[in-house]
Design a binder for this molecule. Structure first.
Ligand SMILES: [Zn+2]
Length: 226
């Protein structure tokens, strides 16, 4: 049996040599092969996000995905944490690019949309067991967003119905009176939506939303439409 660390992973049993004085930090360094270096940018055991920060004339290595603090112990645990972050990121990316089905997490198939519509409108990423799919940008294999099942397809339609009434017309300028220079109503519409939903504009697109987010769009847009 081996001990379990903070993140539920098995860790090697820490052997203590009574003849050698070793602090717990040194022990961790020995076991996790954690090395200090003068190089301000170095890789952690699992990813490339470790960076050196100087604090009180010492360099601390921290995963920039986590942030900066100064506890030496957390330096070592970070190798697990950033792997978790990376896996989460990778998964999200795979889902957002249509490669993985968000419902069953299996790989999707790139097929002709004829299979769904009876007529070809180009390629789609499809998961047959979940009845989920998403189209691609014309002439590419780039998915328009995450794959959607019947419930989400309906929610997205609703969201677009109300959002387009604002973002495809001049109504956006009444809804959000901020002067933004030479941008399209649609771009301004999405900036307003990102602001209202308190999210990163980069990730704010109805094609990327889940059911809950689509419902939120309807809730935000509806009151502005007569
Ligand atoms: Zn599926």
């Amino acid at each position: 049996m081996s001990p379990i660390d903070l993140f539920g992973k098995d860790t090697p049993i820490i052997t203590i040599n009574p003849n050698v004085h070793e602090s717990s930090y040194q022990r961790y360094k020995r076991i996790y092969k954690y090395k200090k270096s003068k190089d301000p940018v170095k890789k952690c055991l699992n990813c490339v996000h470790m960076r050196g920060y100087e604090y009180h004339n010492r360099i601390y290595y921290k995963c920039k995905k986590i942030g900066v603090s100064n506890g030496a112990a957390t330096d070592i645990r970070l190798s697990y944490v950033c792997t978790q972050f990376l896996e989460k990121d990778r998964m999200k990316e795979m889902i957002m690019s249509g490669k993985i089905c968000p419902y069953c997490l299996n790989s999707s198939h790139l097929v002709d949309s004829k299979e769904i519509y009876g007529k070809s409108y180009g390629l789609i990423y499809l998961c047959r067991p979940c009845d989920a799919w998403v189209g691609v940008h014309k002439g590419t294999k780039r998915a328009l967003g995450r794959m959607a099942n019947a419930e989400l397809r309906d929610a997205k339609k609703q969201a677009h119905f109300y959002f387009d009434k604002i973002a495809r017309t001049d109504l956006i300028h009444q809804v959000w009176s901020i002067e933004m220079g030479n941008i399209t109503n649609r771009t301004k519409g999405y900036l307003w939506l990102a602001d209202s939903m308190e999210m990163d504009p980069q990730e704010c697109h109805i094609g990327m939303f889940d059911v809950e987010q689509c419902n939120k769009v309807v809730e935000l847009c509806k009151p502005h439409i007569k």
